[in-house]
Design a protein around this ligand. Sequence first.
Ligand SMILES: Cc1cc2nc3c(=O)[nH]c(=O)nc-3n(C[C@H](O)[C@H](O)[C@H](O)COP(=O)(O)OP(=O)(O)OC[C@H]3O[C@@H](n4cnc5c(N)ncnc54)[C@H](O)[C@@H]3O)c2cc1C
Length: 374
Amino acid sequence: MQSHIYDTIVIGAGGMGSATAYHLAKSGADVLVLEQFQRGHTFGSSHGETRIIRFFYDKPFYTELMKTAYAEWRDLEAVSGKRLLFITGSVSLGKSGNQYTTAVRQSLDAAGVASEWWDAKQLTERFSQFRVSNDMDILWQKDTGFLYASECVLTHLQLAEQHGTEIQEKTPVGRIDWQADVPTVYTEDNQFRGKKVVVTAGAWTTSLLKELNLPLTVTKQQVCYYIPTIAAERFLPNQFPVFTEITTDNEFMYGIPFFHKKGVKVARHGMGQTVSPNACNRTPDSDYIERMDTYLSERIPELGNTVHAEVCLYTETPDEDFIIDAHPHCPNIFIAAGFSGHGFKFCSLVGRIMSELALAGETAFDINPFRINR
Ligand SMILES: Cc1cc2nc3c(=O)[nH]c(=O)nc-3n(C[C@H](O)[C@H](O)[C@H](O)COP(=O)(O)OP(=O)(O)OC[C@H]3O[C@@H](n4cnc5c(N)ncnc54)[C@H](O)[C@@H]3O)c2cc1C
């Protein structure tokens, strides 16, 4: 066992762990990050180029927290000199009077975030790519956009390293001894001690914290990419918005403009098959691709058919709200997990919260909705 005791050991260098390491290191903490694969790997939840960032939520506490999350992303752009956040505006579509869009509007109003109801004519005048009927709710929100996700993770890690953080890749943690005087983390060849340990292990959280029996389910998720053969520039971020739709079958569809060479990304949130993160079939399913192509043939026919598809993992809680809390049996271990397919936009804030919890034992942000025993 090493005699050195780190201020904080962070387990997992995905979206949440990288942001946590950055915030800790920026505050002067002596940090060790342990990652089972290499940075930027594609086996977890944070790979790929884009993730939607939005204020609009049907639960008001998320909308409120996004005010700080946006500010932290802007701050990261300023500190790194990189463009990470692309604002496009968004349209949220749904059947007229649907509960979700109505609740979203209420959340935005309560938080003082402007939005506008549009009719079908207003939508197609502004974005003629869409085919919509007159009986749809269409909510425009100008601050929505997307994050350059893979670059966000790398940037947080690079900046953490510049502040002295040690990052060990290809170093899986086998177990954490939470009963030791100083929490001790065991890898294949080593043991590391940290005054505090932050677990940001995504889909592998339950296997690392077996003693807690956390209510987490890992599911296989898929995204499709589209490259229109004619006038593809009409789908660039300055000409096409982020969109979401609650379909009549209660599917939550979303799309992100053409970014880099990959194309327009379109996917269905959730409804994925339960899998084990180490034994997930990473081949996209043909019936899923077919469903997405059929959906788009009605909504945005210019996109044509899928040219490429990818697999990613969600780690879901029963209510789809995050877990951000101290370990119930050990006040020196903190957990950030269960981001249920909508966590990336919050990485910048969750990193700050986890660093405050690790360094001060408390945070001014309201994490009550995210307590383990809620
Ligand atoms: C298809 C898809 C689309 C999404 N779209 C959006 C979106 O548009 N907007 C949005 O806000 N969110 C979105 N999300 C959700 C968001 O990407 C996730 O909530 C977020 O990336 C979760 O980050 P994480 O750090 O918890 O997990 P991960 O990024 O998976 O990180 C966990 C890390 O821990 C490491 N690890 C695990 N166990 C160990 C161990 N024992 N030892 C060492 N290392 C370990 C893993 O290797 C991994 O690197 C999407 C997710 C998917 C899959």
